[in-house]
Design a protein around this ligand. Structure first.
Ligand code: NAD
Ligand code: ZN
Ligand code: ZN
Length: 369
């Protein structure tokens, strides 16, 4: 079968729209037709080389679609099923899945190679294998993916909105609810209001934080944060520090959550100084894995019992959190429609990423025909 897809061949080159050969599903795999794909900053990291995958690769790891075909041994899904893809596969029985940390499933080891769990590839171009970002490659009209990446949802869930529950929502929401363990009355500082940070704002507000302080240099981001549950918004870490000191009578924030596009030492240092004794800094944003992005005296951790907590997929379990977030959307508790600030065709993907870099969007989404 043929499929149109946006691929990256090397660092610092734009997405290229090509027609690929796509294999049919093998054992445990399904053929999905994507309805929508979100433009998350993580794919931008691949494009600009902050994180280097195996090239060439089909981009996209936030997606939702409809199952068209299932391979041998697939019991959980059938053609016609509507699914949200998890950007991390869940095997269900490795040590991490078995202990309620399925976001750390061993199958996640090859998400940047983009191959199937058996090491082979399903996308090809002129005889060359292409990986699929996070094993799902949602910047393709169709993809053959593992059933371990698919969470079935009811047919009446609007996939063009629920697509955000593949990455941005669980990552941001979980950063506040699971990783930061926000409690009623907390003061939470959130650095960076994109597709991830806005959902940390929603998560912190829903968990009962008394003060949700959104920090972003861009006015449109701060405005949206205040609509989504932030009690305060400021343009810089310095203003945030001063405000948090006032709000907490000099105690400091209970938790800080870092969701900026590219994490650096300035933001991690600001966050560690912003939290109170015994507080937590959650690091959700990514950066070049070869750069030291944390540099401050370790004595701050020892003497004040401050904690640094990394967070992947919001430290949640995709098969538990994705259906729960869908329920919250349907119940009107969680907002999604407002977060989609622009939609694009697949052909407009480079414009979509330019808009992300220019700070125009909360989340841009590709809608397929
Ligand atoms: N840990 C995970 O599981 C996971 C999952 C998805 C994405 N991510 C990462 O999360 C980060 C955010 O992704 P996104 O899609 O929301 O990005 P985005 O580009 O849409 O948003 C980032 C926001 O940060 C703001 N910003 C930049 N520098 C800042 C600073 N110093 N202080 C305050 N605000 C600042 C920008 O203005 C922008 O609004 C990226 O690094 C992405 O790769 C992590
Ligand atoms: Zn993402
Ligand atoms: Zn597992």
């Amino acid at each position: 079968m043929k499929t149109k897809a946006a691929i990256l061949r090397e660092v610092n080159k734009d997405f290229e729209i090509v027609e690929l050969d796509l294999d049919p599903p093998k054992t445990g795999e399904v053929l999905i037709k994507y309805v929508a794909a979100g433009l998350c900053h993580s794919d931008e990291h691949l494009r600009h080389g902050d994180i280097v995958p195996r090239f060439p690769i089909v981009g996209g790891h936030e997606g939702a679609g409809i199952i068209e075909e299932v391979g041998e041994g697939v019991t959980r899904l059938k053609p016609g099923d509507h699914v949200i893809c998890s950007f991390l596969p869940v095997c269900g029985h490795c040590r991490f899945c078995a202990s309620g940390k399925s976001n750390l499933c061993d199958l996640g080891a090859t998400i940047l190679e983009g191959c199937m769990p058996d090491g082979s590839f399903r996308f090809h171009l002129d005889g060359e294998d292409l990986g699929a970002m996070c094993m799902i490659g949602t910047f393709s009209e169709r993809a053959t993916i593992s059933e371990t990446s698919c969470i079935k949802v009811a047919d009446d869930v609007p996939l063009d909105k629920a697509v955000l529950i593949g990455c941005g929502v669980p990552t941001g929401f979980g950063s506040a609810v699971h990783a930061a363990a926000t409690e009623p009355g907390d003061t939470i500082a959130i650095y960076g209001i994109g597709g991830i940070g806005i959902n940390a704002v929603q998560g912190a507000a829903l968990a009962g934080a008394a003060n949700v302080v959104a920090i972003d240099p861009l006015a449109n981001k701060r405005e949206m944060a205040e609509k989504m549950g932030a009690t305060h918004s400021v343009a810089s870490a310095e203003e945030a520090h001063e405000l948090v000191q006032q709000l907490t009578h000099g105690v400091g924030a209970d938790k800080a959550i870092i969701t900026v596009g590219i994490v650096d030492t300035a933001v991690t240092t600001n966050a560690i100084h912003c939290i109170r004794k015994g507080g937590t800094v959650v690091i959700t944003g990514l950066a070049d894995p070869n750069k030291n992005t944390i540099e401050f005296p370790g004595a701050l951790l020892t003497l004040f019992e401050k904690r640094i907590q990394g967070s992947l997929f919001g430290s949640g379990d995709p098969f538990k959190d994705i259906p729960r977030l869908v329920n919250m959307y349907q119940a009107g508790q969680l907002k999604l429609d407002e977060l989609i600030t622009s939609t694009y065709s697949l052909d407009q993907i480079n414009q979509g990423y330019q808009d992300l870099l220019d700070g125009k969007n909360i989340r841009g989404v590709i809608i397929y025909d």
